[in-house]
Design a protein around this ligand. Structure first.
Ligand SMILES: [Zn+2]
Length: 135
């Protein structure tokens, strides 16, 4: 039986139980040498499609970006949990009643209470169940 080598395109003969072979003997030796010792093939004809190389770089970059965003996201979630746990205390400290009705106290209280809506917390500063994303 004959097959065509995937590397050099030349026909090579195989036995009936060797249909799995894809390379002629010289190409197989070269392929094997490369896979055992990539340095051995450096400078030789193994070319990589530049688009493939470009895409690999983009994928690596996106993976780094994803890791950074996940880290940032978990830091922000930690900060949100801390804020949620202390919101009642903060509102208590800022309440205008405790500051002779000062405008800044009123502003700060409004802003702090607004965080509940922005972050989807209930009146006890826990995530409202209806705000949990179902995607
Ligand atoms: Zn070949």
């Amino acid at each position: 039986m004959w097959k065509t080598c995937v590397d050099c395109g030349k026909p090579f003969s195989i036995e009936a139980d060797e249909v799995w072979k894809t390379r002629c003997l010289p190409c197989w030796k070269r392929w094997k040498a490369h896979h055992e010792d990539p340095q051995a093939m450096s400078g030789q004809s193994l070319t990589v499609d530049p688009r493939l190389e470009q895409k690999s770089k983009e994928i690596n970059l996106l993976q780094c970006e994803k890791i950074n965003l996940e880290r940032e996201n978990s830091e922000l979630n930690g900060l949100k949990r801390e804020l949620a746990a202390r919101l009642r205390q903060l509102v208590g400290l800022c309440h205008p009643d405790k500051h002779g009705g000062a405008e800044i106290a009123s502003d700060m209280t409004t802003w702090l209470l607004g965080l509940r809506d922005r972050f989807g917390w209930d009146s006890r500063n826990r995530l409202r169940s209806d705000k949990i994303m179902h995607k």
